[in-house]
Design a protein around this ligand. Structure first.
Ligand SMILES: [Zn+2]
Length: 334
């Protein structure tokens, strides 16, 4: 899973320096210099606000090419047949896919019957399929990746627009009752500007769902957490800062210490009460975030070194046995 080879050497594409969208002042602490798929990639942490981002990074043209040409390979969903099988069972009413089991119960009450839904980065179209079935919504689904779009069309009969959200917003005149961004917000190149524009097309009592990896407590190895596609990473505290800066408020945050980090946002002038402040504290101290991520990276490095040693000494079967014993001793999850 960690050895995908991309068609192009993206590190050779033009790069640019990107200021922190929240602070605009350079005050970066370097967290990591490599990332998935094992490429040079500088992830920094803003010492002022705690936001994690790639800097410098490939220009917008480079990312556009990456999403058009390489993203499907990069994700390589067909190397995970169980995942594809799950997605394809979205149309089976008797089967609870992860989207139905984990996300739907969280958002159901916020999705208006017969409402208008915007799914940004709709993937295989599974969520718009589910929401159309559950709430009879009309929808616009955006998906720049051709591979994902063809699965959506073939398996779910869902037509998705082949464009990025910013391009869509340039000509869009609709308002939306619900905007869904599952594992998308961390991919955006201009997250604050885009969130502000999305806030402008949100109905007065509309809700935005954002699901992202949790930068305060990543549940994947750090070699995968830092990745080419994830231009930004968020904690509960930085998500709140984005909401505030976009004229929105967080009305619910779920699993602030789990993965993924999920939040529901609404307009500041809407009737929803704001989420309890104590649930949005994690990540407010940049040193705390830096310490946690650095520690986790060290554990991951030690672990992969240990794996190599164990394989050398015991071979693969013996290594697995020893790993299980060690895991049970340190209660390490992956
Ligand atoms: Zn900042």
């Amino acid at each position: 899973m960690l050895t995908t080879t991309l068609d192009k050497d993206y590190q050779d594409m033009p790069h640019e320096s990107v200021p922190c969208p929240l602070c605009d002042v350079p005050n970066d602490y370097v967290l990591a210099k490599r990332g998935y798929p094992d490429v040079p990639l500088i992830n920094v942490l803003c010492r002022t606000c705690g936001l994690i981002r790639i800097n410098p990074r490939m220009t917008a043209e480079g990312y556009e090419q990456f999403y058009q040409d390489d993203f499907f390979t990069y994700l390589n969903p067909y190397s995970r047949p169980a995942y594809i099988e799950e997605i394809e069972r979205t149309t089976d009413d008797t089967y609870e896919t992860p989207s139905k089991r984990l996300i739907l119960p969280y958002i159901r009450d916020y999705v208006k019957e017969n409402g208008n839904v915007l799914d940004v980065g709709a993937g295989f179209g599974q969520m718009v399929y589910i929401l159309r079935k559950e709430k009879n919504v009309s929808f616009v689904g955006l998906e720049p990746d051709p591979g994902s779009r063809s699965v959506a069309k073939e398996k779910m009969g869902i037509d998705l627009l082949p464009i990025m959200v910013e391009e869509f917003l340039d000509t869009n005149t609709q308002t939306f009752d619900f905007i869904f961004m599952e594992q998308v917000f961390e991919h955006l190149l201009t997250p604050l500007a885009t969130l502000k524009r999305l806030a402008n097309v949100l109905a007065p009592e509309g809700v935005i769902y954002i699901g992202v990896p949790n930068g305060y407590d990543p549940q994947v190895p750090m070699a995968l957490f830092y990745q080419l596609a994830h231009t930004y990473n968020y904690t509960p505290a930085t998500l709140k800062k984005f909401a505030d800066a976009a004229g929105l408020k967080i009305i619910s945050i779920r699993d602030p210490l789990g993965n993924p980090l999920e939040a529901l946002l609404a307009r500041k002038d809407s009737s929803y009460p704001e989420e309890d402040a104590s649930r949005m504290v994690a990540g407010s101290d940049w040193k705390d975030v830096a310490r946690r991520l650095t520690r986790k990276q060290r554990i991951n490095t030690l672990r992969s070194f240990g794996k190599k040693v164990l394989t050398g000494v015991f071979g693969n079967t013996g290594k697995e046995r020893v790993r299980r014993v060690i895991d049970s001793l340190i209660r390490y999850r992956y």
